[in-house]
Design a protein around this ligand. Sequence first.
Ligand SMILES: [Zn+2]
Length: 77
Amino acid sequence: MGTDHDKPDVRSALRRAVKAGMVVTEIHNGHRWGMLSCPECGGRGLTIACSPRNQGDMANRIKEFVRKHPGCGKEET
Ligand SMILES: [Zn+2]
């Protein structure tokens, strides 16, 4: 389900985001690989680059996004 990003760090961060109830939408348009969004508050999503210059930084931004939505989606156990 839309979590097969080429970069392992980004991929695992996306998987965790999905587990936390976030939604990943694949776009595959130019440099944009896809979009991470929150189904609960429907706020502004996070654009995921295809080949981020720094995959660790991209992964951190994904984790940060999840942290900003602690009460949204399913709760991780
Ligand atoms: Zn949210």
